[in-house]
Design a protein around this ligand. Structure first.
Ligand SMILES: [Zn+2]
Ligand SMILES: [Zn+2]
Length: 362
């Protein structure tokens, strides 16, 4: 079978910058679809991985990108979920074992499968150990089971970030069973945070937002938050909110004081962590904080399974819940430069809220 030729944008070392890059993908198998990528979002995780900040094995050249939407241009002969011309999305994973005896696959939590293959910089044992390449490119080959159906009524320019930022925040909100009237907080108001606020407001929760950039206050209030707390100005911010929240979702991608957030939870309240700072910059929390702020629960959450991702996408499109995006487009050299710059803007917390790369002309 013919390998698929691809063009994309890669980092060749952890220092960067991005440059146009040509490579090959595995052939379209019987259960696979080929997607011509239209848009790819830039996630903060892309930056951590492209810069080797998570102590993972380095794979360069690396084409990041796990927020992907495009159009199906070819299907394998066993494919039933997609037709040529349909719109499809790809998120953070492209394969898992799918063995009925695998608890995580069977339980629709493929992201936890020991054999899960992530969308880029991941060892693909199902394709001879090739290293996957992500969505900052013009096409991708994926098993139909791991592709998400995107209704043609979706706003294509904005839909891609739902595949990571959307599901990453939607999933813990479901897991913690947030309901109308619950007092909740979102810590970190960036790409993930601004999705979380929209889902929580839609559910009728009473939402407070904590962030370090005063410039984001207006957007938070417009999205329906009750209050915006600029924690850069007031390190004692937690004192005004002691024991107040039923649920706090932390999307913070840098070091922060976790015990301050724990103290804002009510008895039995839940603190869900989705933001993953660089390894050298991890927040920590002492056992004392747990014991002296008793009976509060902390858990981490990692994207969501394929079934839940499809649910999230359908829910978001139906309710018109989308990220606010800034489109990167132009000639390939220009786009490569803009991606490199976008990374710095995101790390500085200055983007409102998601960069999306237009791949249609690549
Ligand atoms: Zn992501
Ligand atoms: Zn499995």
């Amino acid at each position: 079978m013919e390998k698929i030729k691809s063009k994309g944008y890669a980092m060749f070392s952890k220092e960067g910058p991005f440059k146009p890059y040509e490579f090959e993908r595995h052939a379209v198998g019987d259960n696979d679809i080929l997607i011509k990528i239209m848009y790819a979002g830039i996630c903060h995780s892309d930056i951590h991985q492209a810069r080797s900040e998570w102590n993972e094995k380095e794979h360069y050249p690396m084409v990041p990108g796990h927020e992907i939407v495009g159009q199906v241009t070819q299907i394998g002969r066993n494919v039933t979920k997609f037709k040529v011309g349909d719109y499809a999305g790809v998120g953070c994973m492209v394969n898992a074992c799918k063995d009925p005896n695998c608890d995580t696959c069977h339980g629709n939590r493929e992201q936890e499968c020991p054999d899960a293959v992530f969308t880029y910089a991941s060892h693909d044992k199902f394709h001879g150990g090739e290293i996957t390449q992500g969505g900052y490119s013009n096409n991708i080959v994926i098993s139909e089971d791991f592709a998400i159906q995107v209704p043609k009524t979706a706003d294509m320019e904005k839909v891609a970030p739902l595949l990571c930022a959307g599901i990453t925040t939607y999933s813990p909100i479901q897991f913690s069973r947030i309901r109308e009237g619950d007092k909740v907080a979102v810590a970190g108001f960036g790409g993930l945070g601004h999705m979380a606020v929209q889902y929580l407001v839609k559910l009728g929760a009473d939402v407070s937002v904590f962030d370090v950039s005063e410039e984001k206050r207006e957007a938070a209030m417009k999205m329906g938050a009750r209050e915006f707390v600029d924690v850069s100005k007031d390190t004692e911010f937690f004192k005004k909110h002691l024991n107040k929240f039923h649920f706090i979702l932390s999307t913070i991608p840098a070091k922060y004081d976790m015990s301050a957030y724990l103290r804002m939870l009510e008895f039995g309240g839940e603190f869900a962590i989705v933001g993953l700072p660089a390894t050298q910059n991890l927040p920590s929390i002492s056992l004392h904080s747990f014991v002296f702020t008793p009976n509060r629960k902390i858990y981490g959450s990692m994207i969501g399974g394929i079934k839940e991702t499809q649910e999230m996408l359908d829910y978001s499109v139906k309710n018109k819940i989308y990220p606010q995006v800034k489109i990167i487009k132009g000639a390939p050299d220009e786009v490569a430069k803009q991606i490199t710059e976008a990374y710095n803007t995101i790390v500085d917390g200055k983007v409102q809220f998601r960069f999306v790369i237009d791949m249609r002309d690549l």
